[in-house]
Write a protein that binds this ligand. Structure first.
Ligand SMILES: [Zn+2]
Length: 180
């Protein structure tokens, strides 16, 4: 008798409510729902940056982009990086203070864009969302923490100076500061 009663016992409340509570959690953290674009079943191209998806990884190859966009089964959608820029999902900032008579601004901007290109090849979500030029300071927003840190480390390696990396506690955000 006791065993039969045990078999009919209700599942614990936490299990019953898990599925029902998910939409509520997404409502509490709306930006998490769109943190990354959905992966489509077939090939896809991003009209904004010409990234293309053929198997399971977004890549940057103009030839592949132009070949895929002519196929009828190819979907057109924003890639993960452009989705983050569009939704203003920033995870890093870089502040650069510099005397421009030592290294010129174009050289530093080239170095910064090269780091972005390398980071993008490994992670299509990594993108520079904004670069503001305030004269003696450049202000950069990135879509991943890793890219902000990578830019700071590259500046430090190439030009020395002072580098500070400050991940914000309990936030998906890193502040990077470099001065020379
Ligand atoms: Zn894109």
């Amino acid at each position: 008798m006791r065993l039969a009663a045990k078999g009919r016992r209700k599942p614990p409340d936490v299990k019953q409510n898990r599925a029902g509570s998910l939409p509520e959690l997404l409502w509490l953290y709306p930006d998490r729902r769109f943190a990354d674009a959905e992966v489509p079943p077939g090939p896809a191209v991003c009209p904004r940056c010409h990234a293309s998806l053929e198997t399971d990884h977004w890549q940057y190859d103009e030839h592949r982009y132009h070949r895929l966009r002519t196929l009828p089964e190819t979907q057109t959608m924003l890639c993960p990086g452009c989705t983050r820029v569009e939704r203003r999902l920033y995870e890093g900032e870089v502040r650069i203070r510099h005397r421009w008579d030592v290294f010129d601004k174009e050289t530093l901007l080239n170095l910064i864009h090269n780091e972005e290109a390398r980071a993008r090849a490994a992670n299509p979500s990594a993108r520079i969302a904004l670069i503001e030029d305030h004269g003696d300071e450049l202000y950069i927003l990135t879509t991943t923490r890793f890219l902000a840190e990578r830019i700071g480390k590259a500046l430090h390696k190439a030009c020395h100076g002072t580098l500070r990396l400050s991940p914000l506690p309990r936030e998906r955000f890193t502040r990077v500061w470099w001065e020379r």
